[in-house]
Design a protein. Structure first.
Ligand SMILES: [Zn+2]
Length: 267
């Protein structure tokens, strides 16, 4: 069984433009779906992904409500797709929207500090963390480098570790093994933090196998989530990295399925 905990889709009329723009920002990187829900669902079948968790990002305060309504509709349409909602920290009603996200049955919230222009440990976002703790909804952060803000990292491992310590009841998922292309920082600041999961997305492209293994051993395989960041990577790429580092069957199953199933409540 395989759960991909970090995937991206777009409404049909936006998908082509969105993928072209995002790819260009990242220096022309390839993409492996056409960005629509239907194509992504078809690719999941082809790639033997049993469940997918789709991440959404409100890149402006005005977008948050419509994005969450759309995500809820997607989740209702497919039995094997779960969605995270999003809020924008600059929206006056961002805390209220978290309650709506819970009511809609979305599985968590994604924030992207670079696209939403805030630092993860900025006090103005604490009400979001506090509310999510009480609603028992996990938060997924983009972590580490992003081409949209190449000289300023808004979600560094150190900042995420600070949030994890300040909000011990908050379940945090730090994407890209705790910091895209900043894995030394993950090892130093974040690995071992008990209320933090790390997702594996994009590791096949950026993380050396020895370091990938060290991070998993230090953090614990019970807090690692298989993920691709689809359409930007394919499951086979991430799986070959995971299978190259000599994990035991139990650890492999935790990473590929069991940890995610627990977070999603589908055990
Ligand atoms: Zn993402």
């Amino acid at each position: 069984m395989l759960i991909d905990f970090h995937m991206h889709v777009f409404p049909d009329h936006l998908s082509q433009k969105a993928l072209e723009k995002l790819s260009k920002t990242a220096g022309g990187i390839p993409y492996y779906t056409n960005g629509t829900v239907s194509d992504t669902a078809a690719k999941m079948k082809e790639w033997n992904v049993d469940y997918g968790v789709f991440m959404n990002i409100a890149t402006s305060p005005k977008q948050q409500a419509s994005i969450n309504s759309w995500a809820s509709a997607v989740q209702k349409e497919y039995g094997n797709i779960f969605c995270f909602g999003s809020v924008h920290p600059d929206a006056e009603d961002c805390v209220d929207e978290l309650y709506r996200i819970k009511e809609l049955g979305l599985k968590g919230v994604k924030l992207h500090p670079d696209y939403q222009n805030f630092f993860v440990d900025d006090e103005r976002v604490y009400p979001i963390y506090d509310t999510l703790s009480r609603l028992q909804l996990p938060i997924l952060f983009h972590a580490g480098y992003d081409a949209v803000s190449p000289t300023m990292i808004h979600g560094p491992s150190k900042g995420i570790a600070r949030v994890a310590e300040m909000f011990p009841r908050l379940t945090i998922i730090a994407a890209h093994m705790g910091g895209l292309n900043r894995y030394d920082d993950t090892e130093e600041y974040l690995a071992g933090q008990s209320n933090v999961y790390l997702d594996t997305s994009m590791s096949a492209s950026y993380c050396k196998p020895e370091q990938f293994k060290r991070i998993i051993k230090k953090h614990g395989a019970d807090k690692i989530l298989f993920a691709t960041d689809c359409p930007w990577n394919r499951p086979a790429d991430e799986l070959s990295l995971i299978d190259s580092i000599g994990l035991g069957d139990t650890e492999r199953n935790q990473i590929l399925y069991a940890n995610a199933a627990k977070l999603l409540g589908i055990e």
